[in-house]
Design a protein around this ligand. Sequence first.
Ligand code: PHE
Length: 339
Amino acid sequence: MREQLEKIKASAVAEIASANQLKDIEEIRVKYLGKKGELTAILKQMGSLSAEERPQMGQLVNSVKSELDCEIARCAERLKESAMQAKLLEETLDITMPAKKRTVGGLHPINVVTNDLIDIFQSMGFDVVDGPEVETDYYNFEALNVPADHPARDMQDTFFLNPNLLLRSQTSATQIRTMENRKPPIKIVCPGRVFRADEVDATHSPVFHQMEGLVVDKGITLCDLKGVLEQFAREIYGEDTKVKFRPSFFPFTEPSVEVDVSCSECGGKGCRVCKGSGWIEILGAGLVHPNVLRGCGIDPEEYSGFAFGIGIDRLAITRYKISDIRLLFENDLRFLEQF
Ligand code: PHE
């Protein structure tokens, strides 16, 4: 039995030494140490031994077994290591190869200005609301106190898709949608694209951008409107900016005002940018007309509000001294790359 054991050990060691794949090693393990393995078979013969021989043989079998275990583990380790080395050699990474160039895009000036406006109004507690660009006549005009034959429709030359659907001519439509869906207090701005059938020239485009603001709560007055707009003008044009309110007319606000800021280019002395007047017109605003509130189910006896509409394109043009509004829409990279 002792000889048999020596033979098994010798042949197992030889096989382990010549194994060159992990699966060979596993086969060897099963062949010798598995349930039906050769060493296991020897253990089963132990019963036939005398009581003195048995412990000696037991010890011997166990020591062969643990030796083989050890050899197998060492060999498996070695094979894993060399498989890894082979893989590393095969998959060399050439770190001297030039990287792919990544071109970095930038924001369109309209988006830069829009984001700045959003930051300013968000810091004053306004939510940002989005609305559809294709609107119904009701949301764009009717609910804003401009019924079908109202002469105020002439102020906005509109693209009609059919008698009831149109491309919104003002973001004010989003006011109505918001007042229908939320209860006061309401404090929102809605930036977006608007459309009017204007002839294209250096200062007019049939597509442009507005940001409407709306506040509805108990006890809102013209003072609140002034405070918010003065704060906004200072943040956009600088601390020393003066703000002027002129009476105006919009069907959906009463009273209505037009707001001018002192020209940031000349400080109010008069220059080319402000066409000599010292002032630049930046927005229209007013207190929300009671008819508009009532139409949205808000009681004008209990609540009041103000609204304003900022022309984003005009802001971008004055900020970046852009000479022609068309440049904003042509998407010529030579122009856009300057921002
Ligand atoms: N929607 C108006 C316009 O486009 C601007 C405005 C908005 C005026 C809100 C007053 C209040 O001309």
